[in-house]
Design a protein around this ligand. Structure first.
Ligand SMILES: Cc1ncc(COP(=O)(O)O)c(C=O)c1O
Length: 358
């Protein structure tokens, strides 16, 4: 069997959820498990995060997968509905939905639902992606309260720069938010992982952590470990060849690495067809039997090559960790010109997922 596999440590996930609770100042935790649980598997994530107060997803399909698995807690559709005919199912399956723009509100007002739904009104305080203008917050809130089929209204916003602790924009967005909802008697929700760990300002009734629950730091210059988080996904494979190359030998496509001296080169059964980033640079770290080694040359679809000069007695069958336990995915992302969110999300189906500490 091809050895490319992703170990999913649900114990680590439970630990990370506890960390989120510790920072939440009593706010309820809406665990963000969209994009297939940030690549970990949506149902696996829901299992590991079973103690959360609710789950946030990006589509009705994701929400229905959770309901069909018997999950009856609060589920929030972060982008609301895409087509008006989704509203019937949203009501029937008791899903909460975000309303983020005037047309959505108008469509909701034209619809009578079979059962009342909870609505989260998203206010744009500076992210400038989704959300109604701050001056619309009060009239839109009122229209939602007046809707006969809206059971509750939660006011929310999303921060653009919370990953940078030194950036004052988060404080500005927060001030704008609390100013425009002043006097409204509603639950509020602002914080993603970064804002939650940063613990700046009031967190409100609901926090919405995502990436930290998977053990990854939401900040630019730290790793999950620095934030007392534990990695949930360990991506690993094995050495399937160890070759002794001569000085001057090119390795892999394009001969992008040329051996500077006689040296051992390892071949690992994992590549961009598994979701390992093709743009990972020569020098990107991996662990071979726990010892650090470096990627060399171009990543292929099914394989990648390693400089084994620092690895004692490397052999075919040795376990290779690409990220996770002992090697921060943030570090690999940094060597690949991307962020850990993307690496986790793009692990493909042909990687075997193994669940641990269920
Ligand atoms: C509206 C909203 N809230 C919360 C989150 C979770 O963010 P993070 O994964 O950075 O904690 C996201 C993620 O994109 C989001 O879109």
């Amino acid at each position: 069997m091809r050895p490319a596999r992703a170990r999913i440590d649900l114990g680590a996930m439970r630990h990370n959820l506890q960390q989120a609770r510790k920072h939440a100042q009593g706010a309820r935790v809406m665990a963000v498990i969209k994009a297939n649980g940030y690549g970990h598997g949506i149902l696996r994530a829901a299992r590991g995060l079973a103690a959360a107060d609710g789950f946030a997803v990006a589509s009705l399909e994701e929400a229905l997968q959770l309901r069909e698995a018997g999950i009856d807690k609060k589920i929030l559709l972060l982008e609301g509905f895409f087509e008006p005919d989704e509203l019937d199912t949203i009501a029937a399956r008791q899903l909460d939905l975000v309303i983020h723009q005037p047309q959505q509100l108008a469509l909701l007002e034209q619809t009578r639902l079979a059962a009342p739904v909870g609505v989260w009104l998203k206010i744009n305080t500076g992210m400038n992606r989704l959300g109604v203008a701050p001056e619309q917050a009060v009239p839109f809130y009122q229209r939602l309260v007046d809707h006969p089929d809206v059971s509750s209204v939660t006011l929310m916003t999303h921060f653009a720069n919370a990953d940078d602790r030194r950036d004052s924009y988060t404080r500005q967005q927060s001030a704008r938010f609390y100013q425009c909802i002043d006097g409204l008697d509603a639950a509020v929700s602002c914080a993603n992982s970064a804002a939650l760990l940063f613990a700046s300002g009031t967190l409100g009734q609901w926090v919405r952590p995502g990436i930290m629950l998977y053990g990854v730091s939401p900040f630019l210059a730290s790793t999950g470990r620095d934030e007392d988080l534990k990695p949930v996904m360990t991506l690993e494979s094995e050495l399937i060849a160890v070759r002794q190359q001569r000085a001057g030998d090119p390795v892999g496509y394009g001969g992008a690495w040329v051996c500077p001296e006689d040296m051992p080169v390892g071949v690992v059964a994992i590549g961009y067809g598994d979701g390992y980033p093709r743009h990972a640079k020569t020098g990107t770290p991996v662990l071979v039997r726990g010892q650090r080694a470096s990627l060399i040359g171009r990543v292929s679809m099914d394989m990648l090559t390693l400089d084994l000069r620092n690895v004692i007695d490397a052999q075919i069958g040795d376990r290779v960790v690409l990220w996770g336990d002992g090697l921060a995915v943030e570090e690999v992302a940094g060597c690949s010109g991307t962020i850990a969110y993307e690496l986790l999300c793009q692990v493909t189906d042909r990687v075997r997922f193994l669940v641990e500490q269920d």
